[in-house]
Design a protein around this ligand. Structure first.
Ligand SMILES: [Fe+2]
Length: 673
């Protein structure tokens, strides 16, 4: 192993060039070794004093400068050694006709390629006890059979361990399901019911499953917020002044979500989608929109001294890759002794019945012949050894398929998806002119944009703090009036764009503060004026005005183009933080379907709150502000979040958002840049 790493170090020293990013995948295939060996090689180079830095979200490395002379060698701490990558899964619901075990196999295989250190399964590995209402969705109703089925068919990873928590459906059987499944499986480790604590390099992570099985929460973030709040333990918090965990991960809500801490030192909340498709079982609970099928990969990032910085979450949406009747073989059942090939019309009938049952009339329309011909075709197929049965209750024909005995990972074009990405930076509510604005922090945002090579910078409105927004507002302004606020913003942005011709453009909408009566009422659009002013002074179009309250930005280059909608709504924050975002996504979907339009990402300003949610195939964001606590916010009992999002969206060939990596930078991290 040591020789292998030494060889890789020699090769890497020849390949890496200062300032050029190299993907681990590229280096791995070029040198013919695993990505893990490349990571070890990079850490070895750093131990030798060579400054190679890594970008975890893009899985790439870069040489900062050429090798130091021998006398200057100072060992640098490892970058990869200080990273922990964890796969998060939930709700496989094995034993249910809605299970997606082929998809679970694809997830495990992909995670092995990503080099995850271990996995946490958050609960509901089996479907558990059915009710009289849900029984129709089960092919195994007996818990013992479900446990045996999971032991035999849940994918095995040779590369990492999977810690399994019992969810409500596991518990419904009265057995310790995780414990029983893990018996005889080296890769599985049973944990407690509903709730388990992990200490990962000193980071306390609580992994839990919602008590209610399946989706149904009205506000998707609320149960997670509630669980986290109940874990803080008010009395402990009073004594120690801090909560006793850094990350809360919850499964069972069929949504991918990340809520960064509201204050420095606070906790992250992460919601993990499920791995079966519960739509058919939801009945009256469809108001929350389609439940999401997918998983999460969480990177815990530590600084050079080993201190925990933050989690970076990559949320995968595989809703488009689910299959019907995963529990059955794809081919129809046929008598082993049967001979002869079906005719073209017989094949059409077989294909149709494999996807769904059909009446004689429907089949007659399908092959364009009368009903007598259809009946002859069916009896012909039966003579060929296929089991076609008549369901008299539904007056339809069904075809018999055997239960699947071997699961293979569904073919997902990961390489194509990973190469098909768009990156942008989201910030907003700069409230320029407020006595609590952050003029020194804005240049850091732009520094970050250059460092991360994003393709576009987007501002979600309230560029300025406006005038006379509330009684006594003028007492809280350091720059009062449109002219002073314009000047203040120009002084920040013009030098940045003049100094950096490579800086990506900023696209911006105006918000309620920009469109206040004092400005808009007098026919003045302050944001448009800022854009014109900055562009004139820089000498090129760098600030692009998309309109007030709403604007669509085309991000990325063909063929990887996505549309990001910026929105600056009205009103305050409801009790559950995600409510505004998920409701906006839901309404947006209805309009998009009607208009035949497509939006891949939605970014909402105004609320000064940071939240990411992958819902209905849309990467939704609540964009934090760039303004500290004000009297107004105190009166509204709001804690403003200051920071920005750097977003990476990966799409598949049909333009579906497959993965989103939203990296949050809070005020402290931005300041340190
Ligand atoms: Fe605002």
């Amino acid at each position: 192993m040591k020789d292998k790493i030494a060889k890789v170090v020699t090769h890497l020293a020849e390949i890496l060039q200062p300032g050029i990013e190299f993907k681990l995948q590229y280096l791995s295939s070029k040198l013919g070794v695993s990505k893990e060996i490349i990571r070890k090689g990079v850490d070895q180079m750093r131990a030798n004093g060579i400054n190679v830095v890594a970008d975890m979200s893009t899985e790439s490395v870069q040489l900062v400068k050429s090798s130091p002379s021998e006398k200057d060698v100072k060992p640098l701490s490892p970058v990869f050694g200080s990273r922990k990558r964890i796969l998060l899964m939930s709700d496989a619901f094995l034993g249910s006709k809605l299970q997606q075990n082929s998809l679970v196999h694809a997830v495990i295989k992909h995670a092995e390629g990503l080099g995850v250190d271990f996995a946490i399964f958050l609960g509901n590995m089996i479907a558990g006890k059915p009710t009289s209402k849900t029984k129709q969705h089960y092919f195994l109703t007996d818990t013992e059979e479900q446990i045996q089925y999971a032991r035999d068919n849940f994918p095995v990873s040779k590369k990492f361990k999977i810690y399994v928590i019992n969810g409500p459906s596991d518990i419904s059987s009265g057995k310790n399901v995780a414990e029983e499944i893990a018996t005889g499986r080296d890769d599985l480790v049973a944990r407690k019911d509903l709730f388990s604590e992990f200490d990962i390099n000193g980071v306390k992570v609580i992994a839990a499953h919602s008590k209610k099985s399946g989706p149904g929460a009205y506000t998707l973030s609320y149960p997670v917020e509630n669980l986290a709040a109940s874990q803080i333990g008010v009395s402990e918090w009073r004594h120690t002044g801090r909560q006793n965990f850094q990350i809360m991960i919850v499964g069972g809500h069929f949504v991918g979500m990340h809520q960064p801490p509201q204050k420095e030192g606070g906790y992250h909340m992460i919601s993990v989608p499920g791995l079966y498709n519960p739509s058919d079982m939801m009945d009256g609970e469809k108001k929350i929109g389609s439940p999401m099928v997918g998983f999460v990969v969480m990177d815990l990032i530590f600084d050079e001294k080993g201190k925990f910085v933050k989690p970076i979450v990559t949320c995968y949406n595989l809703s488009g890759y689910t299959i019907e009747k995963d529990y059955l073989e794809e081919a129809p059942k046929r008598q082993p002794s049967a001979e002869g090939e079906p005719s073209e019309d017989q094949k059409k009938v077989l294909d149709c019945l494999l996807s769904n049952s059909a009446s004689t009339g429907a089949l007659s329309r399908l092959i364009g012949k009368d009903k007598t011909y259809v009946e002859e075709t069916i009896s012909g197929l039966q003579k060929l050894g296929f089991e076609l049965i008549r369901d008299e209750a539904k007056r339809a024909w069904k075809i018999v398929r055997d239960r699947r005995v071997e699961f293979k990972p569904i073919n997902i074009p990961w390489t194509e998806i990973q190469a098909n990405y768009v990156e942008y930076l989201l910030y907003g509510d700069t409230q320029i002119g407020s006595d609590n604005d952050r003029p020194k922090l804005i240049p850091k945002i732009y520094k970050l944009a250059l460092l991360r090579k994003v393709q576009k910078i987007l501002h979600a409105g309230d560029v300025t703090d406006g005038k006379d927004i509330y009684a006594g507002h003028s007492e809280h302004l350091v720059a009062c009036g449109a002219d002073n606020q314009k000047e203040r913003m120009k002084k920040i942005l013009v030098p940045i764009y003049k100094k950096h011709p490579e800086m990506p453009n900023t696209e911006v909408i105006s918000g309620n503060h920009d469109m206040c009566r004092a400005y808009a009422g007098a026919g003045h659009d302050v944001v448009e004026a800022i854009c014109d002013g900055v562009n004139a002074l820089v000498g090129r179009k760098v600030l692009i005005y998309l309109g007030h309250d709403r604007g669509d930005s085309n991000c990325g280059r063909q063929p990887n183009k996505i549309k990001v909608r910026l929105l600056h709504p009205d009103g305050g924050i409801p009790m559950g933080r995600s409510y505004r975002l998920q409701e906006t996504i839901r309404k947006l979907i209805l309009v998009l379907v009607e208009e035949g339009d497509d939006i891949h990402s939605l970014a909402i300003g105004h609320l000064h709150v940071a939240l990411f949610m992958l819902n209905n195939g849309i990467a939704g964001f609540m964009v934090p502000g760039m303004q500290g606590e004000t009297d107004y916010l105190i009166r509204k009992a709001l804690t403003p979040q200051i920071g920005c999002w750097v977003v990476r969206v990966c799409l598949d060939g049909v333009g579906d958002v497959i993965s989103v990596t939203p990296e949050y930078f809070d005020e402290k991290e931005l300041e340190s840049m």
